[in-house]
Design a protein around this ligand. Structure first.
Ligand code: HEM
Ligand code: HEM
Length: 170
């Protein structure tokens, strides 16, 4: 018996990016702005903006690295529609993560420009919250899909998840 089927598929850096972002995103959500007036605290404001820029920078590096060097662990015989669905969910998560940060930065910019109330900033806040909720939905679908592959024991789970690896016969 050996552990994991295709766990060499993703590089160590790819796994670091994936799991590092899970932590970074969870951190971003837990310390979220709960009330617009919190942005009056300049240290808090500076921290939010700095965090958002670091997040966006690392996300860009991750995206370029993943697209240039890595590919999905789906077995070659996977139906085309399933391959397209996986790609769609993965790409959508990149789009939604970027849109979360960009809409957050736009809120910050408007606030800094003294648009502290009114239809413009409130619309962007609604968009920011909507994007985040759609992102939660995609993350949910992604985790369900990963769990499905764990049951299928096709190596997809073990290629990215360092725990509960599939046991296969040599
Ligand atoms: C914030 C939460 C998460 C996000 C945004 C996310 C995003 C992604 C993305 C974009 C990929 C494609 C590879 C890449 O570009 O890095 C991926 C792959 C993968 N993720 Fe996640 N992920 C999250 C959480 C999880 C969790 C909790 C699990 C497992 C329980 C998981 C399991 C996997 C697996 C197995 C793959 C490989 C899929 C394949 O090779 O086709 N992910 N993830
Ligand atoms: C990685 C970056 C960010 C993450 C993960 C994030 C996350 C969140 C989350 C989870 C919410 C609550 C959504 C809901 O209740 O449905 C929220 C709301 C909000 N965020 Fe962000 N955010 C980010 C960046 C920013 C930035 C840079 C700003 C502005 C400087 C900002 C300003 C706000 C505001 C004003 C709200 C609404 C608060 C209210 O309910 O009054 N966010 N954010």
């Amino acid at each position: 018996m050996s552990l994991g089927k295709s766990n060499s598929n993703y590089s160590k850096l790819a796994m670091l990016f994936h799991w590092g972002f899970v932590i970074l995103f969870a951190y971003g959500v837990t310390k979220q702005v709960e009330d617009l007036n919190q942005l009056d605290d300049f240290d808090f404001f500076k921290f939010e903006i700095t965090f958002a820029f670091i997040f966006l920078f690392l996300l860009t590096i991750r995206f370029i690295y993943m697209k240039r060097t890595q590919s999905s662990s789906l077995p070659p015989e996977t139906p085309k529609v399933q391959k397209i669905a996986a790609k769609f969910v993965h790409n959508s998560m990149y789009v939604l993560l970027s849109a979360t940060v960009l809409s957050g930065l736009l809120i910050g910019l408007l606030y800094w420009l003294e648009f502290k109330d009114g239809i413009i900033i409130n619309s962007i806040i609604i968009i920011h919250e909507l994007v985040i909720n759609i992102l939660y939905l995609f993350i949910g679908i992604h985790i369900i899909a990963a769990t499905y592959h764990r049951f299928k024991k096709d190596g997809v789970w073990s290629s990215m998840v360092p725990i509960l690896k599939e046991k296969i016969k040599n």
